[in-house]
Ligand binder design. Structure first.
Ligand SMILES: CC(C)(COP(=O)(O)OP(=O)(O)OC[C@H]1O[C@@H](n2cnc3c(N)ncnc32)[C@H](O)[C@@H]1OP(=O)(O)O)[C@@H](O)C(=O)NCCC(=O)NCCSC(=O)CCC(=O)O
Ligand SMILES: N[C@@H](CCO)C(=O)O
Length: 354
């Protein structure tokens, strides 16, 4: 929440010049104080659906303990769902119709699993673009994770993502490249983010279309960029919402796929994630899995309980800091009526006045 310059202490002016949000007493006394409404479009597969809810709810809830947040989960057609997932959605999720009727201040769109080479061939493409089109007109800011980033960049700028020679998978170090932008002001300038994807939109392609790139990894490419207006669409290519165990769960799934002949090679380790002790444990386990597969024996469970205490989470604080900046800025410009994206006087082409 922003400082109020309630005296003429020079520090307020100095901080303002350095990019800190400072409200004048006049603006502060007229500010409408209310809760924020944030949609979560959850398009993750069934096994990860509730973990994804927890991850994004946690980032929103933990990033700021003063304001009140209502998070509204919803989903779209075109995703294969088992009966338990359908019951969960029916019981707890809102419909897109309801979301449109009541309005949102901000919208988060999760990643997803894809089955086709081109996103426009996925069964969920059409419903997803309908949400994009509505949100671009009616929501103050949209934050996209991974696949949603690729889909929205394709739908807005016509840039198709590129298939990578091998999966970008692990925990990577990143640097802030535009230290002035309010989304990443006052946060660590070097921090980790997990990535888990076969595809990438490259920095040059983003910049060619006017996107502003804010956070980059030498090894893993762009993590964070924003739309040319500076704020209305926030693109994450990584997964800062992931839990400490998320990449372990994905690794375990890949081992299972190897054992079940759904992939030919034994899965590599995610980069920079397992320490030396865990790598040794998993290399021994791999030997036993390969033998069991060759001899047609049952698969021994992965020793997860021994591994988990050695997994570090090195990305959550920065993730919370970015969410805090994002929601703080949304609050400063969103309309009192949550069905309208901006207060009077805010320029939709440059909502932060950058
Ligand atoms: C990897 C799996 C299959 C693991 O799920 P499983 O149910 O098999 O796990 P399990 O070992 O049986 O353990 C179940 C327990 O773990 C929790 N759990 C499951 N998945 C979790 C996760 N990812 N992070 C944290 N916790 C997780 C469950 O809630 C449950 O907890 P409780 O028992 O306590 O409830 C799943 O997480 C999954 O499908 N993840 C999605 C990965 C993915 O598709 N990402 C796409 C994003 S990438 C992208 O967007 C685009 C990529 C591209 O195209 O380039
Ligand atoms: N943007 C509004 C708060 C949300 O209604 C204000 O600053 O007054």
């Amino acid at each position: 929440m922003p400082l109020v310059a309630h005296t003429d202490l020079p520090t307020f002016q100095r901080l303002h010049e350095e990019g800190e949000e400072i409200l004048t007493p006049e603006r502060a006394s007229h500010q409408c104080i209310r809760e924020l409404h944030i949609g979560l479009l959850n398009i993750m597969p069934d096994a990860a659906m509730e973990a994804t809810e927890r991850q994004f709810f946690r980032l929103v809830g933990a990033c700021n303990q003063i304001a009140q947040f209502h998070v509204h989960p919803f989903t779209i057609d075109g995703l294969e769902r088992n009966s338990a997932a359908r019951v969960h959605i029916q019981r707890y999720y809102e419909s897109f119709e309801q979301i449109k009727r009541d309005g949102l201040d901000a919208l988060i769109i999760s990643g997803a699993n894809v089955t086709h080479d081109h996103l426009q061939d996925e069964a969920f493409w059409q419903p997803l673009t309908e949400v994009f089109e509505w949100a671009k007109r009616n929501v103050t800011s949209i934050l996209c994770s991974c696949l949603a980033t690729h889909a929205l960049i394709q739908s807005c700028y016509g840039v198709e993502r590129t298939r990578l020679p091998e999966k970008r998978w692990g925990v990577f170090s990143h640097k802030v490249v535009d230290r002035q932008h309010p989304l990443i002001a006052e946060i660590n300038t070097r921090f980790d983010v997990p990535h888990s994807r076969f595809n990438e939109v490259f920095r040059a392609d983003m910049e060619k279309h006017g996107l502003r790139v804010l956070v980059v990894s030498d090894e893993a490419g762009v993590h964070l960029a924003v739309s040319p207006d500076g704020f209305r669409i926030v693109f994450f290519q990584g997964h800062p919402e992931y839990d400490d165990i998320s990449l372990l769960k994905e690794y375990k799934r890949e081992v299972l796929r190897y054992y079940n002949d759904e992939r030919d090679d034994y899965p590599p380790f995610p980069d920079h994630y397992f320490d030396a002790g865990v790598q040794k444990l998993l290399a021994d386990y791999a030997g036993r899995v390969i033998l069991a597969k060759a001899k047609g024996r049952p698969l021994e469970p992965m020793p997860e309980a021994q591994i988990v205490p050695h997994l570090d989470i090195t990305w959550r604080d920065s993730a919370k800091a970015v969410f805090n900046n994002w929601l703080g800025k949304v609050y400063q410009i969103t309309n009192e009526d949550r069905r309208l994206p901006f207060m009077d006087g805010i320029d939709p082409e440059n909502p932060l006045g950058l």
